[in-house]
Design a protein around this ligand. Structure first.
Ligand code: SF4
Ligand code: ZN
Length: 310
């Protein structure tokens, strides 16, 4: 039987990529220390700052909120009910249960209250890809709520970031590469963004959530099926199986080289949206455009129905 590298008791967690066997208690302690180390290394936040953490109801975001609070940071959660049927009901339930159990404030907003319909209906009505609509709406609402906070945090883990990097490299998305980093300083009214789990694998965040008794939604969003990121994760897992530590080398190596891309980043001038003041590249931001288009379509449908009934 393998023994815990730290205390010598029987090991229960095996981190193959790091060739490390740990007992439960030492895994949890080691995990928390590494998160703290990442926060300090990238100067993500200090304990006086107010951090808003995006929570979907999944393991990474709830574990992040939990660990930041445990480490003594001033955290508030933020959840958006996307109005995606059973998936959104279940996610909200997990978030509310977590809030009750952990006593952490979580701000909850609802896409249906903003637009009168959920993400799926908006995407159908506007004939635009669901995830792209969803991304725009989530980013906007999160930034809007972040107004009185110092920092915003997301639970992206090593697997997410390595898959994003793979996609960005395969498509040579130089601007995205320039912005892929564990910390992005505040700019143009947008708050500082941090990813404290950037070096923690999906297996580690899931194990941490399990050992810390965090109940999270296991199902993926129904629109995630067929997502490129899932495909890239599959490929990276196969490479990792053959060559341990590939993901961490891929990502941390890139962070060291990232300066090469930053200098080539196109500096697009941002200006406030004429409708809502959100910083954008054009006169009207994407969020306000979605609202406008929905109102136009609804108006159109209303007119059509009116004429048909004459
Ligand atoms: Fe939104 Fe797409 Fe993610 Fe579902 S999979 S939560 S639709 S971005
Ligand atoms: Zn706007």
């Amino acid at each position: 039987m393998k023994k815990c590298r730290i205390c010598g008791k029987p090991a229960e967690v095996f981190l193959i990529s790091r060739n490390l066997a740990l007992c439960r208690r030492d895994f949890v302690e080691n995990f928390e220390k590494r998160v703290e180390k990442t926060i300090n290394k990238f100067r993500m936040a200090d304990r006086g700052e107010k951090i808003l953490v995006a929570v979907s109801g999944g393991k990474d975001s709830l574990a992040l909120l939990h660990v930041l609070k445990k480490l003594g940071y001033r955290v508030t959660g933020y959840h958006i009910n996307l109005g995606i049927g059973q998936y959104s009901h279940e996610s909200l339930k997990k978030v509310l249960d977590f809030q009750k159990k952990e006593g952490i404030e979580i701000i909850i907003e609802n896409v249906k209250e903003e637009f009168g319909m959920g993400i799926g209906e908006i995407s159908k009505l506007l004939r635009q890809p669901t995830c792209s609509i969803c991304g725009t709406i989530k980013r906007y609402m999160f930034n809007r709520t972040a107004g009185s906070f110092d920092v915003i945090a997301t639970g992206h883990n090593l697997d997410d970031e390595a898959a994003t990097l793979m996609g960005n490299v395969l498509n040579w998305q130089i601007e995205y590469l320039a912005r892929q980093y564990p910390v992005l300083e505040s700019k143009n009214n947008l708050k500082k963004k941090i990813k404290p789990f950037v070096f923690m694998s999906e297996y580690e965040t899931a194990t941490y959530a399990f050992l810390e008794d965090i109940d999270y939604i296991v199902e993926e969003c129904p629109y995630a099926t067929g997502a490129k990121s899932i495909f890239y994760k599959g490929i990276l897992n196969r490479v990792e199986d053959r060559m341990r530590g590939t993901k961490i080398h891929f990502l941390s190596g890139f962070f060291k080289q990232r300066g090469r891309f930053v200098s080539q980043e196109k500096r697009t001038e941002l200006k406030p949206c004429i409708k809502c003041g959100y910083m954008t590249t054009s006169n009207i931001c994407q969020f306000c455009r979605i609202k406008e288009k929905i109102n136009n379509k609804k108006g159109g449908n209303h007119e059509r129905n009116f004429l048909q009934n004459q």
